[in-house]
Each structure stands twice: as structure tokens, then as C-alpha cells.
Design a protein around this ligand. Structure first.
Ligand SMILES: *Cc1c(COP(=O)(O)O)cnc(C)c1O
Length: 230
């Protein structure tokens, strides 16, 4: 079932890209395995899946240590400064950087471990109170500051759109994030790339792809509903 689900979503991702005139290889599907057992990850590895998303540091580290072969784990959830040291050398990409304080801590731990940490800046485009992330106007100043940190490389932007019945309602937020990334790209800031737009989840990944997503983070459509009570 898992493999069929994954292949179905992958097919939809590629079809959506082609239908809007994009190269399907530009869109990476991240299988969001949070709360799901390692056996689910292992099953997907047998069909060549390499990109997984986790939102908790502890869970990412456990899966990283125990998986049978190396795969990429993306940290997509909020990161607390006291957990940075566990994850800087394990996450392939941290999608959720949203403050100078957090970036400073990442720089400190990355320097200690002599690694470069790949990050995205999380933007709360819809300005939902319940969500982490910067407002649009806060993004450029943070990027200018982090661009000076030698052990951090900014790859682009990420957003979590509101939960809505009709994904069309989120189109404007995806469009705004893409426009922001183009504006920042045009400034040619040293050590800053704007090649990644991480946006779109189970309910709205097709609209996100139409608006330029290069990474979609899909959990439920691949793994089924999550049970947080176990
Ligand atoms: C859980 C989660 C997802 C996946 O959500 P689904 O609706 O299950 O596809 C994507 N992004 C983030 C940041 C998440 O926390």
C-alpha cells in the first residue's frame, strides 16, 4: 500500500509539473515520515526513495542512527536552539530557520563539527498566529545577517500554508513566496542561493507546484493518517 501510495503521489507530482510547463525533475518529493515507524521508511527505500521529512529532532536522530542505509532526512519542524547540536550534522536540509538566535546557534555548532549546514528560511506568508516563521518584510534582513555566517548556506525559502478545504485559497501565498524568492535572488547576495522553494503538503501540493515549488512535503497521502496518541 505504502509503495503504491508513494508511486501515485510521485506520478501526480510529475504530471502536475509537466502540465504547467515545468521540468518534472525540478520538483523533489519529500516523504514526510514523522510519527511513522522506521519499517515504513525501510519499505520505501526498497523502491529507491531517498528523501524523508521529520519534524522532531529526537525522532530524526533515532531514525538516522537506525536506518539500514544512508538516506536524506530533512528537518521540517520548528527547531529549538537547545536541540541544534544534535541535528546539524544529520539533517540534509533544515527547512525552518526563522531567527538570528537560531542561526547563531547553528553557526556555532556547525563550526565545532566543521560542517556546512544547508538551510531554508521559514516564512509565515499567511501570517497565521499559530505558526512559526517570519513575516515577508523580516526575511531580507535575516538573510543578509545569516549570509555572513561561514558555516551556513541559505538555499531558499519554505512556507507552511494554512489548512484549507480548497487548495486554491493557498495559491496567493505560494505565489507570494515565489515572488519574494525572486526579489532576493535579484540582489545576488554572497553565499545565498534561492534555488529551493519548499511549499505544498498533501492538500495543496499540486497548486504549490503550479506556483513554482521545487520541494513538496507530503505525509498523509503517502503514509496515511497520523496517530499522535501512540
Ligand atoms: C506534517 C508536515 C507536512 C506533511 O503534512 P501532510 O498534510 O500530512 O502531507 C509537511 N510539512 C510540515 C512542516 C509538516 O509538519
Amino acid at each position: 500500500m505504502l509503495k503504491e501510495n508513494y508511486n501515485h503521489v510521485l506520478e501526480e507530482v510529475r504530471k502536475t509539473a509537466v502540465n504547467c510547463g515545468r521540468n518534472p525533475d525540478e520538483v523533489t518529493l519529500i516523504a514526510v515520515s514523522k510519527t511513522k515507524p522506521l519499517s515504513d521508511i525501510e519499505e520505501l527505500i526498497t523502491i529507491g526513495v531517498n528523501e524523508f521529512g521529520e519534524n522532531k529532532v529526537q525522532e530524526l536522530c533515532d531514525k538516522y542512527e537506525n536506518v539500514s542505509q544512508p538516506v536524506n532526512f530533512h528537518l521540517i519542524g520548528h527547531l529549538q536552539t537547545n536541540k541544534v547540536k544534535y541535528v546539524v550534522d544529520k539533517a540534509c536540509l533544515i527547512h525552518s530557520v526563522d531567527s538570528v538566535k537560531l542561526a547563531k546557534e547553528i553557526q556555532k555548532e556547525a563550526a565545532k563539527k566543521q560542517v556546512t549546514v544547508e538551510i531554508l528560511i521559514e516564512v509565515n506568508v499567511a501570517e497565521e498566529e499559530s505558526k512559526f516563521g517570519l513575516t515577508v518584510s523580516e526575511v531580507l534582513p535575516l538573510i543578509e545577517e545569516i549570509s555572513k555566517y561561514p558555516n551556513i548556506h541559505i538555499n531558499g525559502l519554505m512556507t507552511i500554508a494554512p489548512f484549507v478545504e480548497n487548495p486554491e485559497e493557498n495559491r496567493k501565498y505560494f505565489r507570494e513566496l515565489r515572488q519574494l524568492s525572486l526579489d532576493i535572488k535579484s540582489k545576488n547576495i554572497d553565499n545565498v542561493s534561492m534555488n529551493v522553494l519548499s511549499m505544498g503538503m498533501t492538500n495543496d501540493y499540486k497548486v504549490a507546484i503550479e506556483e513554482g515549488a521545487t520541494m513538496v512535503r507530503v505525509g498523509t497521502a503517502i503514509f496515511g493518517a497520523r496517530n499522535y496518541n501512540v
